[in-house]
Design a protein around this ligand. Structure first.
Ligand code: IVH
Length: 740
């Protein structure tokens, strides 16, 4: 058979088999016998095997094959999948718009935005190359998602081929399930004796993440396109234009998307959508606002995990009343004693809630962190009727308490002063709302929480070693700290393996698999390691900011250690802030006093200057403030904790973070901006410089490479001239930064 013959026959077979698929699966009206279908598909497979160039990703031979043996493959998003910042009040929206204007240096006047429903489903990225769907990936941690291509192909809203699309196009949007499909699915689940889904989002997620695509196919999923990732040619010049283009390409886009030009218009559309919410037939949890002009979007860029050009205006939380059965105290990985409300189960917005957070002892007593009354000063007692609310994914909270229904014998809650896990005193430092167990590493609750966090998703995420397993390894004395995980294989003799096998249902194979998974986890990106340490205030965002800034573990540690004396000074400053707060409170003034640099540097002037420079360096990192810095420096300075971290690091092969760019004209240079900039704002200039691998400093020193001086530049320009530093004007800066 010639290539041309094969090509023609393959095309005919593809159409034939695809039509049969649609008739069978979508229309429920089979066109041909199973035997004919199988024969046609086999013939197509033969041709594709003989002429691999004809084996296209959209061929029906690629559909629904056997389920992957083990979970889903991973796909690294070429462009990160972002989440959104939240606005709850109208004022937050106004702030957001003000912030954008400031960043872009726009004066008053229209700022076109789009407003559209925030679909409550799960996000999906679809990559098309030359018009053919190549893969579909879930968001995952934003950088790496799960390959759900086979499942996505079964969703009728997702075209497998596009005409007139850019050569490379990543379409992003939300997979969701309609209310009626959800009700039908749950009825069917119930009839089969299977578990009901809590809400349409869970049902959609559970359906998309099925190892067997046939199951997904039987579930009625839908898809709205609202964004894009990599594109080889721009879709349009505006957000609204790009969405219109996606609609032209055959995607479903939300009909309630509207272009607005003022904050008032955005809010009006928000209320309009809110009024239609109950009749939409699918769940939404807010309205997303996006800057319409894509050139502005590009200038605004991204923070670590959210765009600066979009925000989600959430709907108010849903409410329900129930009885508080008990208050339990949980000890977290940083020793915080967190009170949790155990509730008589109640449905709030379609989800059954039986626990809610009570935050801290003041909250239970009816006070906020400034000592002011909340809930009219009403405390919360076991036996009370409480009003529960939940908004989106957040842990349910208690909005109010009905004292008229309070049982006569209900007693005020007495917050424990000792940790019930290790007996250590639980201390509440002045100015801190939280009481913390002082047991540190000797407290089993803290150790187990730290370990669970260490192996959690987003941290080391080791296959076969979840929270349950680390807890039982901890109880057996096998793993006391993260470093122990990595010496497990060496310490496990055949005798212990038998023990393990008997008790936990492990076999030789599963133990071997676990050890292999542990070994491959040794190679860890710097950001993941920092996050996995579970230091107070150092979450995923701060961890990746730190990793990007310092690049390697050694550089990070060295910088943090150098900043240590300054941290001591910071502690003194905190005490000073506290004194001011108390003075303000007793004088009846607002006690909302935040620590500033002045508080810090007003302290002991003897603190060595290098420490100050190191401290300044740390807190000048975009996203890292004094709170994170104090936690970082303080944790690394604690001997036991540091020794434990050092033991861990000795077991690992830490991957340097993606280096800031080195191939640009300003890479590695330290730039200071002074005077006013007219073509871009300071924040934008800083972000642009950092993007190009430069460091932006606040003051001129010998280390400064370039001073960008706008009109009104003062002493910095003089100092730069004295030091012989290159001084350029804004146009030269734009040429330097824009030419890359
Ligand atoms: S835009 C870079 N638009 O909300 C901006 N997201 O809370 C990407 N979502 O991860 C997101 N409806 O899964 C956008 N109309 C909409 C959305 C939407 C739902 C989801 C999305 C995102 C999450 C953030």
């Amino acid at each position: 058979m010639s290539f041309d013959q094969a090509q023609a026959e393959a095309a005919a077979l593809r159409d034939h088999v695809s039509a049969a698929n649609t008739a069978y699966h979508t229309e429920d009206a089979p066109q041909m016998s199973d035997a004919d279908y199988d024969a046609a598909k086999r013939r197509l497979m033969q041709i594709e095997a003989q002429f691999p160039e004809l084996a296209r990703a959209d061929s029906p031979t690629q559909k629904i094959g056997a389920a992957p043996a083990e979970g889903f493959g991973k796909i690294r998003h070429e462009q990160r999948m972002m989440s959104l910042g939240n606005a709850f009040a109208d004022e937050d929206v106004a702030d957001f718009i003000r912030g954008i204007r400031k960043y872009l240096g726009l004066s008053d006047g229209d700022l076109p935005m789009t407003a559209e429903p925030k679909i409550d489903g799960l996000s999906l990225s679809l990559r098309y190359e030359n018009g053919v769907l190549i893969y579909a990936a879930t968001r995952g941690d934003g950088e790496v998602g799960e390959n759900v291509t086979e499942n996505a192909r079964t969703i009728s809203d997702i075209p497998t081929r596009l005409t007139n699309a850019p050569d490379i196009l990543e379409v992003r949007g939300e997979v969701y399930m309609s209310h009626s499909d959800f009700a039908d699915l749950n009825a069917a689940q119930e009839a089969r004796g299977d578990k009901r889904f809590a809400n349409p989002r869970n049902a959609a997620a559970g359906s998309l993440r099925q190892l067997d695509a046939k199951v997904t196919q039987a579930r009625p999923l839908r898809f709205f396109a609202y964004a894009w990732g990599v594109v080889s040619q721009p879709l349009a010049e505006t957000q609204s234009g790009a969405i219109a283009r996606l609609a032209e390409l055959g995607f479903q886009t939300n009909p309630l998307t509207k272009r607005c030009t003022t904050v008032a218009e955005l809010i009006a559309h928000y209320h309009d959508i809110e009024h239609q919410r109950a009749d939409l037939g699918y769940d939404i949890d807010g309205v997303v606002y996006k800057v319409d002009d894509l050139a502005f979007q590009r200038r605004l860029g991204f923070r670590s995990t959210t765009p600066r050009w979009a925000i989600a205006h959430k709907f108010p939380a849903e409410l329900a009343w129930t009885r508080l059965d008990a208050i339990e105290i949980q000890v977290g990985r940083t020793g915080a004693l967190s009170p949790v409300a155990r509730l008589v189960p109640v449905t709030v917005g379609g989800v059954v809630v039986s626990n809610a957070t009570l935050h801290n002892e003041d909250y239970i007593a009816g006070r906020n962190s400034n000592g002011e009354d909340i809930r009219g000063g009403r405390d919360i007692r076991v036996g009370d009727w409480v009003q529960i609310y939940r908004a989106g994914d957040v842990i349910p909270k208690i909005a109010d308490v009905d004292v008229s229904r309070r049982p006569d014998d209900a007693q005020p809650f007495v917050f424990p002063t000792h940790c019930d896990q290790c007996g250590s005193e639980a201390i509440r430092e002045e100015g801190d709302a939280v009481r913390r167990c002082s047991g540190g590493l000797i407290c089993p609750a803290q150790a187990v929480e730290k370990l669970s966090h260490f192996v959690s998703r987003g941290a080391f995420d080791i296959d076969g070693l979840g929270a349950k397993q680390v807890e039982s390894f901890y109880e057996d004395g096998w793993i006391k700290e993260p470093a122990d995980i990595f010496t497990l294989r060496d310490r496990f003799g055949p005798g212990q393996l038998r023990q393990l096998k008997n008790r936990e249902g492990w076999g030789d194979k599963s133990a071997e698999k676990l050890f292999d998974a542990i070994d491959s986890a040794r190679k860890v990106p710097l950001a993941k390691l920092i996050f996995a340490l579970g230091l107070r205030h150092v979450g995923e965002v701060a961890s990746s900011d730190l990793a990007r800034h310092f690049g390697t573990w050694d550089v990070l540690i060295e910088a943090v250690d150098r900043a240590r004396p300054a941290e001591l000074r910071h502690t003194q400053a905190e005490a000073a802030v506290l004194r001011e707060r108390q003075a303000a409170q007793s004088a009846g003034r607002s006690a909302k006093i935040k620590p500033t640099r002045d508080h810090i540097w007003a302290q002991d002037p003897k603190v060595a200057l290098p420490a100050r420079a190191a401290w300044d360096d740390l807190v000048s990192i975009d996203g890292i403030g004094a709170v994170v810095a104090v936690s970082l420096v303080g944790s690394f300075a604690q001997e036991a904790e540091r020794a434990s971290i050092d033991r861990l690091v000795a077991q690992l092969d830490i991957q340097a973070a993606e280096k800031p760019k080195t191939d640009t004209a300003i890479a590695g240079k330290t730039i200071v901006f002074t005077g006013s900039l007219e073509k871009m704002t300071r924040a934008e200039a800083k972000a642009r410089a950092e993007e190009l691998g430069a460091k932006v400093a606040g003051s001129v020193s010998k280390k400064t490479d370039i001073l960008v001086a706008g009109p009104g530049a003062g002493s910095k320009a003089t100092k730069a001239a004295d030091l012989g530093i290159e001084v350029i004007d804004e146009d030269a800066w734009i040429a330097l930064a824009g030419a890359q």
